[in-house]
Design a protein around this ligand. Structure first.
Ligand SMILES: *[C@@H]1O[C@H](CO)[C@@H](O)[C@H](O)[C@H]1NC(C)=O
Ligand SMILES: *[C@@H]1O[C@H](CO)[C@@H](O)[C@H](O)[C@H]1NC(C)=O
Ligand SMILES: *[C@@H]1O[C@H](CO)[C@@H](O)[C@H](O)[C@H]1NC(C)=O
Ligand SMILES: *[C@@H]1O[C@H](CO)[C@@H](O)[C@H](O)[C@H]1NC(C)=O
Ligand SMILES: *[C@@H]1O[C@H](CO)[C@@H](O)[C@H](O)[C@H]1NC(C)=O
Ligand SMILES: *[C@@H]1O[C@H](CO)[C@@H](O)[C@H](O)[C@H]1NC(C)=O
Length: 284
């Protein structure tokens, strides 16, 4: 079948020609475009890419890389979808990540950007995706590394997904509240609506589920081991929990005991915390 092998060759060639451009970091000289560019974490666990979600549009998102259904765990422009493939992610010399597109419907072409807290201009800002799923910006010149001291990190803005090692709670120095907020429609529309879930650090620390500005549920105070009304946050064989409370911060964090397991917790569109756990080896 001469014809079919020529056809196969052509398809293969087209596939190679359009195959994605995987990079490992973003600097002020990089343009990260919605034409197949991807940023993969060093160990290959997570990927930053432009993705379709439901039928609402295209988003810059972080997803599992070739496992767990490539589920999206974080979305940058959650309230402003792109309607075409003109999206470009860039890094300003001051360490700010920003997303632009070619639009005539909006007054600004910049549809999303990060806030950088540092007052000193970084010398060599660089963005990388860590194997935890955290997108971080660091200043390589200031002796910073990829284990802390970030100019910015996506784990400070978790959307609807609580991942292992996110510090869910409050930075008492900067006032930053790291909380969950539900998607309008799970798997379909990431825009922020209607539920949020946060840790109130004042008085006896307590978890609150909000619907808009109404309290739907309160956990009861931390009793030294767990929040009284939160059975799934009890110590168990899959996770360890850590509750850190000092003069600088109050947060709640979990990590997996078995590295073969993969997990995330999500605040669903109906205001329910769902815990996902699966065995990576069985899935592969
Ligand atoms: C960007 O490119 C310029 C010119 O090629 C180079 O001098 C500079 O070091 C680059 N900056 C980064 C952050 O890579
Ligand atoms: C992947 O999708 C299938 C089908 O929807 C579902 O049954 C399975 O639980 C999903 N797996 C993960 C890890 O989300
Ligand atoms: C895409 O379309 C939606 C719905 O019309 C609109 O709200 C949004 O602003 C558009 N996005 C851009 C980047 O123009
Ligand atoms: C932006 O969109 C306009 C109108 O569709 C088009 O003429 C122009 O070439 C586009 N610019 C870029 C940089 O894609
Ligand atoms: C940046 O800071 C401003 C003012 O504090 C706030 O309104 C905005 O939501 C922040 N943006 C992000 C992406 O966090
Ligand atoms: C969010 O709340 C408003 C007001 O209660 C309601 O009309 C809307 O349907 C809710 N949206 C979702 C996705 O449940």
């Amino acid at each position: 079948m001469e014809f079919s092998s020529i056809l196969n060759f052509t398809l293969l060639f087209l596939f190679l020609a359009s195959s994605s451009n995987a990079i490992d970091s973003i600097t002020p000289n990089t343009t990260f475009k919605d034409t197949g560019d991807t940023l993969v974490s060093f160990g290959g666990q997570f990927e930053l890419a432009f993705v379709n979600i439901g039928s609402t549009g295209r988003y810059l998102g972080i997803r599992y890389h070739n496992y767990a259904n490539n589920t999206v765990i974080w979305v940058a422009n959650r309230n402003t979808p792109l309607n075409d493939t003109s999206g470009v992610l860039s890094l300003k010399p001051d360490g700010t990540l920003y997303l632009t597109c070619n639009t005539t419907s909006l007054s600004a072409r910049e549809i999303w950007s990060t806030n950088v807290s540092s007052s000193n201009a970084p010398k060599y800002p660089i963005a990388r995706l860590l194997d935890t799923g955290n997108l971080v910006v660091v200043d390589l010149n200031s002796g910073d590394n990829f284990y802390g001291n970030y100019l910015w990190e996506s784990f400070d803005y978790p959307g609807n997904t609580f991942m292992p090692s996110i510090k869910f709670g409050r930075d008492l120095v900067t006032g930053l509240d790291i909380y969950l907020s539900s998607w309008k429609l799970d798997n379909e529309d990431p825009s922020e609506e209607n539920f949020s879930y946060n840790l109130d650090p004042f008085g006896y620390p307590q978890l609150f589920l909000w619907k808009g500005n109404q309290i739907e549920y309160r956990s009861g105070p931390w009793n030294g081991q767990t929040f009284s009304g939160m059975p799934y946050l009890q110590p168990n064989s899959i996770y360890t929990f850590e509750f850190v409370m000092d003069e600088k911060q109050i947060y709640y964090q979990y990590s997996l005991i078995d590295s073969k397991l993969v997990s995330r917790m999500t605040l669903s569109s109906k205001g329910i915390i769902i815990t996902w756990v699966w065995d990576k080896e069985q899935e592969d």
